[in-house]
Design a protein. Sequence first.
Length: 354
Amino acid sequence: MSSQRRFPIPYDYFKSIVALFLLLLILLAWRSSGPPPTLSVAVEPDGSVTFSGAAKRGRLVAVNVTDGKGGKSKLKVSADDAGNWLASKRYPPGNYLATASAAGKRSSQVAFRVPTSASLEKIAIRSKENLVAGTASPDQTLLVIVDGALSGKIKTVADGRWSFSYNGEAGDHTVQVAYAAAPKIVSQQVMVEIKPVTVVPLASIRKTSYENGKLTVQGNAPTGAQRVFVWADGVLLGNATPGADGNWRFTAEPSPGKHQVWVSLKENGDLSGTHSEIEVPERAREQTHPQGLAYVVKEGDWLSKLAQQYLGSTSRYAEIRRATNAKAALDPSFATIDDDNLIYPGDKIWIPAR
């Protein structure tokens, strides 16, 4: 009688035990891989994005980022001994989605947005004495911050350059600038030293007037001043002697047109006085046009202005109206003036003799 060798347990049971054992090994391996990594996202105004989170110590973490246009990027970093990881990258403005994965496990998806300020360039700054200058993005408004407080605003030009002079109180000051559209994007600090200024009394212009072809300039001078020199457009017109009270008066006959007039205490024109702009009208033309003058109205003309210029008084504007209408009755090339307040460029009018 032959004997047949048998398994200690049925074969089907054996397969089931092996399968359970393998499943247990898989579960143990999964548990040993730890939980999925965590993910946090922080966005700076300049477009720098910081990704951070936790993962199993030494584990490689991959950060996957997609934008709204289908673009993808990936960052890889290993968790440190404390199980923390950190990675950063600068992105252009737009909307993004990010996930972190490690050992086949993935974090929750995080959405973030990079603001339009991320396209702004870094602000460069330098200083020399009280002049502060630098570069930034073109056509941007910058905030000027002095000693930690807002001092004013400036604008960059087309090539991004900017500059200004700071004239504050004497002493050392910290200066930096920031974008008005993104105040967190700020330049480095520079030091500006303002030196004490000795105030010197100046000659000043108090009043200017023009009458009968003569310009009269009046003003004040500091105590002890011997003479005040009067200049127009860089040319010395003459000088005046201040009285005991410091008041002075000067008369000249400058040519018609606009002039920059200033006074100085020295004959070399040292700008030790105030400035003033005057406009000298053209003199009346009664000698050149004793019978009157045909005149074509220009932009900015009005009857009283022409009356002052050609007839010597603004109150004589009605004479121009009457003379022009009388000419228009005989010559259709002349305009008819119905309203003393309305004359138009291109109108031909008649200015009577003075």
